[in-house]
Design a protein around this ligand. Structure first.
Ligand code: MG
Length: 258
């Protein structure tokens, strides 16, 4: 099931996306399905007539994972970590499909990082790897936009990866998906720059949920970013980045300077 958050000009609403590509419709839901479950509403609207919003606003946190693909760790000159390398991102960094990434003025090197994002569905703490699937509500796509120069200069990553608009999420949440081997393709102005598969994750989704929940209580709507494959690189103002993940869809955002 694909769950979208959208607006037709009024308050944000949730709905189920159905139909073939190019002909999708959204079946409206009552309330937030993360809290009230799937309660059908009475509205149906064509996907092309709505504006999609970030499918979830993380209630308490976005947890990022660094260096979780060996080829990306290598291209940055880093070793593969022995344990997942976690960082926290404030929920104010989240934007939706099509929203502009406003490049941080203090940075002169903004990079894209296409990634699979895990949406947590219930409160969980100290989860075992084999039980981690019960905590997952679904999957979406993210671009872990990074101010690479500030990441190096600041030593820790809060500003470089947590600035406003740096975490696009979308286009929707797919709740029925095996994340074990999904092709991930990032395009910069239409040109393929990352072409990986989640089969190459060093720490898989279950391991990440277990590891994160050992440190943090995970709440419904929290999001874990799983890391990026090789091919990261700079974006200039005026360019567009799209991240496509097999079985979910495509997240595209323009980059701007203000
Ligand atoms: Mg990343």
């Amino acid at each position: 099931m694909r769950i979208a958050r959208y607006t037709t000009g009024d308050d944000p609403a949730y709905g189920i996306v159905e139909g073939e590509p190019g002909h999708e419709v959204i079946l409206g839901l009552q309330g937030d399905p993360l809290y009230v479950g799937i309660v059908p509403g009475s509205t149906t609207v064509a996907l092309e007539e709505v504006r999609l919003l970030a499918p979830v606003i993380p209630r308490s946190k976005v947890i990022g994972i660094g260096r979780n693909y060996a080829d990306h760790a290598k291209e940055m000159g880093n070793e593969v970590p022995e344990e997942p390398l976690m960082f926290l991102v404030p929920n104010t960094a989240v934007i939706g499909p099509g929203d502009p990434v406003v490049m941080l003025p203090q940075s002169h090197e903004i990079h894209y990082e296409g990634e699979l994002a895990v949406v947590i569905g219930k409160i969980c703490k100290d989860v075992r790897i084999e039980d981690a699937g019960e905590c997952v509500w679904g999957y979406t796509v993210t671009n872990d936009v990074t101010a690479r120069d500030l990441q190096t200069r600041d030593k820790q990553w809060s500003r470089a990866k947590g600035f406003d608009t740096s975490k696009p999420l979308g286009p929707w949440i797919e709740t029925e998906l095996d994340p074990a081997d999904l092709r991930l393709t990032t395009r910069l102005d239409g040109e393929v720059v990352q072409d990986g598969t989640t089969a190459d994750l060093i720490f898989g989704v279950g391991a990440l949920v277990a590891y994160a929940s050992a440190a943090f209580t995970l709440l419904p709507g929290d999001v874990i970013l799983t890391g990026t494959p090789a091919g990261v690189g700079p974006v200039r103002a005026g360019q567009r980045v799209s991240v496509e993940i097999e079985g979910i869809g495509t997240l595209e955002n323009p980059f701007v300077r203000r």
